[in-house]
Design a protein. Structure first.
Length: 241
């Protein structure tokens, strides 16, 4: 099966410092792929290169098309959507208005946008309850749901999720990853960046381990859960027993 997203020998430099070096990975259509690693490993830089926020060297191909000549807006129009770790919501706008902004490029198709808004409310009942509430008044978990819902309003084929569990309580983390796993039913492909290795590996089909800007290990997510080195480094001592 050919990959929807193919990255080959990707490098990103900030001045003389290379934050990402020779990274290669692939995400097949309808699959969830995780990149795990410690803070500072280069994971967020990788996503920013894919969406076009920072320049990079190497190959980034989406649906067979080289992305390097394309601006961020053009990559989004082709079906890529980034949910950044900071959420980047419009705090002084309502939940409903934030969601509608996610469908801005499709605003002329009012009936379809209304149907998609109803579908997002079905998927995120808490957002439906708070549709008139200002985004800045939401809890951390609700803000993450709003960020995911807003991305889905753009009808993406692939979601780039940057640390969706960041700053959330354990119970909320489980809820967010349950939602991420449920997106499989929509046929959305996901490239998931996470420090919470256990949650990421339980959700993903395939995973890569990133350290100091490089991919050092990869394999089916279920296999990495039981890999002694991965377990010792990222899952804690108990995972090795």
């Amino acid at each position: 099966m050919s990959a929807l997203l193919e990255i080959a020998d990707l490098s990103v430099a900030y001045g003389k410092m290379e934050a990402v070096r020779g990274v290669s990975l692939a995400v097949e259509a309808g699959r969830t792929v995780a990149v795990i690693g410690a803070n500072g490993a280069g994971k967020t830089t990788l996503l920013e290169a894919v969406i076009g926020l920072i320049p990079s060297r190497g190959r980034i191909a989406y649906d067979g098309v080289d992305l390097h000549p394309l601006a961020v807006e053009d990559r989004v129009e082709r079906g890529l959507s980034l949910v950044p770790e900071r959420r980047e919501l419009f705090g002084d706008l309502s939940v409903a208005d934030n969601l509608l902004l996610g469908a801005y490029a499709r605003r002329r198709d009012g009936a379809a946008v209304r149907a998609d808004l109803a579908a997002v409310y079905d998927r995120f009942p808490k957002l439906a309850e708070r549709r008139a509430q200002l985004a800045r008044t939401l809890s951390g978990g609700e803000r993450q749901m709003l960020a995911l819902g807003r991305a889905l309003m753009g009808k993406p084929r692939m979601l780039l999720l940057d640390e969706p569990s960041l700053g959330l309580a354990p119970l909320i983390v489980r809820e967010i990853f349950h939602i991420v796993a449920s997106l499989r039913s929509l046929g959305v492909s996901i490239l998931l960046i996470e420090q919470n290795a256990r949650a990421a590996l339980e959700t993903a089909d395939y995973a890569y381990v990133m350290e100091t800007g490089e991919i050092v290990h990869s394999g089916p997510a279920a296999a990495l859960m039981h890999d002694p080195k991965v377990a010792a480094t990222y899952l804690g001592e108990a995972a090795r027993s």
